[in-house]
Design a binder for this molecule. Sequence first.
Ligand code: ATP
Ligand code: MG
Length: 629
Amino acid sequence: MPDYQAFHRRSIDDRDAFWAEQANRIDWQTQPQTICDYSNPPFARWFEGGTTNLCHNAVDRHLKDRPDQIALIAVSTETDTEQTYTFRQLHAHVQTMAAALLDLGVRKGDRVLIYMPMVAEAAFAMLACARIGAIHSVVFGGFASVSLASRIEDASPVVVVSADAGSRGGKVVPYKPLLDEALALSSHKPQAVLLVDRQLAPMAMTAGRDHSWASLQTKHHNAVVPCEWVDATHPSYTLYTSGTTGKPKGVQRDTGGYAVALAASMETIFCGKAGETYFSTSDIGWVVGHSYIVYGPLIAGMATIMYEGLPIRPDGGIWWSLVEKYKVTVMFSAPTAIRVLKKQDPALLKRYDLSSLRALFLAGEPLDEPTAQWISDGLGKDIIDNYWQTESGWPILTIANGVEKAPSKFGSPGIAMYGYDVKLLDEATGEELHGADKKGVLVIEGPLPPGCMQTVWQDDARFVNTYWKSVPGKLVYSTFDWATRDKDGYYFILGRTDDVINVAGHRLGTREIEECISGHPNISEVAVVGVADTLKGQVAMAFAVVKDASGLVDDKSRFALEGEIMKLVDQSIGAIGRPARVRFVTVLPKTRSGKLLRRAIQAVCEGRDPGDLTTMEDPSALQQIRDLM
Ligand code: ATP
Ligand code: MG
C-alpha cells in the first residue's frame, strides 16, 4: 500500500483511475463506461454505464466461498432472543421477503417505507428492496405518527413494512397504532402494509390493506427471486438527516458508487476482514445503520450484529459480553452511548474477554477528550473518532489505518479521507484558509466522491441551494460545520456553523466551550448556546448535567460549582468564552439519534419558538430549560 498522503492525493488528482481501481472491489454485471460524469455540476454520476446490485454484493456474492458462515446475528435483550443466519439462510429469507414485496405490487423504482424495530426482518426488507431495485426509505422506529406521516408523504411508498411493536428498556412500544395514525394523517396511501408480528402487542388489521408476514412467508417459502441488475446511478434508498439544525433533509443515495465506497471503507478505514464479526450499536433508522450494520459489513463478507436494547440492560457489560461471545473485531458506536456507559461501574469493561476486538469507532457527535480517554483506558483498544454525515454515507474525516497506520489525536476526528477534497473557507470572504489553526467552514470541493448523496429526494433545487455555493473558481459542498486544521492535517470540529457564537466581535465555536467545561470532574455532559445580548451581541449560556448531584443542595452550592466552571473557561479559553450563566439540569434535549438540540435550547433562551421538534427524544428536557429561564 502506498502511504496515505499519496493515496489521498491520487484520489483527487487522478480521480477516475483511482476510483476505477476501487470499483474492482465489487461485482458488476456490466462494467462501468465512465467513472465520474461531472458534466452537470454539482450532480456527480458515478460509474455510468455499469450495472450492479447491492443485495448481490452483500449476500449472493458470498454464497460461493462462505455459504455456511454466519452473516447476521440478531440479538434482543428486550425479548431475550438471539438468532443467527448464515449467508445461505440470509439469502433464502431475503428472497422470500422479495417475493412477498413483488406479490404486494412493488416494482423496480417503487418506494418501500420500512418502519421497524431492530429485528432481522428489517434487514431482510432492506436487502429485498435492493434485490428487486425498489428504493427503501427506513424511518427510525422511535418516531411517532406526525414525523412518520410526513415521511410517508415524501416517499410515497407502494408498500410499508412494519411490525406490531418495538421494545425499549423492557417496555413494549406498539408501532401499529402509530402507523395507522400516520396513514390516516398522510394524503398518500400505500397499496399494502406488510406486518411482522412479534407477538408483543395486539394488531388491528385493515382488510385488503394489511398483510401478515407470517402468511406471505409461508406462501413464498423457498422462493427464487433473481437480483435485478440496476444502473450504478439507480437510487438505492432515501434517508432523512437527524434534524439537528432544522427540518430534516431527504438524502437520496445511488447504488454503484455506494457499494464501491462501502467496500473500500471496510478495508481501508475499518480494517474488517471476511469471516470476522462487526458490531455497530447504531439503529437501521440512521445512516450508520445503513452503511455499517447492513451493507458495509455484509459486502465485506463479515458477520454483522443487530442489537435491540439498551447499552446498560441487563447491565453495562452487555455489549462487551457480545464482543466476547461473537469474537467481534470491529465495533462502532457513538459518543453519547459511551457517556451513558461512563456512568456505570468501569469494572464492567474488564469482565469479558475482549482480545478479539481491534478498534472501537465512534461517530455522530464531537468526542470530548475525557470520554475518549475514559473508554480508551477502560478497553485498552484503539479508539477511532470519525466524522461524517447522512449526506456523505461514509467517513469524511478519520484515519485510514488500512492504508497506512496513523495515530489518533484525541479531540480530532482525523484527516481528510480519500475522495474528499476537504477545505476550510473563511465564512466572511469565502476565501480558502491555508496554513494551520485557522477557523473556517468545512467544505468539500465537488464532485463529492462515490457513496455520497445524489440529490435531495425529488428536490434537485433544494440540493443545489442548500448545500452548494460558488466560491472563486470552484463549486463547494458545505458541511455546515466549523473547524480548524493543525499542521499535520488533523481537523478539529468546533461546532455547527449555526452554533458559532459572536461575543463582542470574537467568534467562538460552542464545541470549544463545551469541551472545556466537560473537563470538570463533576460534569458528565454540557450544552453551550449563544444567546442574544444587547451589550455584547451574543453571550454563551451553558446547561450542564452533573455526575454527582448530592452536593448541589442549594443556590450557594450551585453558585460555587458555576464559579468553578467559569474559572475553568477563563483559564483555557479566556473570559471571552465565559458563559453568562451555567445552569444545572438532569437531562439535555437531544435528537432521537442522540445529538444535542442546541437550536431548541437557544430558541427557548431567547424566548423564540423552537421550531420543528418532531425529532426530539425527551420533551421534558426542554421543559427543564424553559423552567430555568
Ligand atoms: P440536520 O442536517 O438535519 O440538521 P444532522 O446534521 O445532525 O441533522 P446527521 O447527518 O445525522 O444529521 O449528522 C451529521 C452531523 O453530525 C455532522 O455535520 C456533524 O455536525 C456531526 N458529527 C458527526 N460525526 C461527528 C464527529 N465525529 N465529530 C464531530 N461532529 C460530528
Ligand atoms: Mg446536517
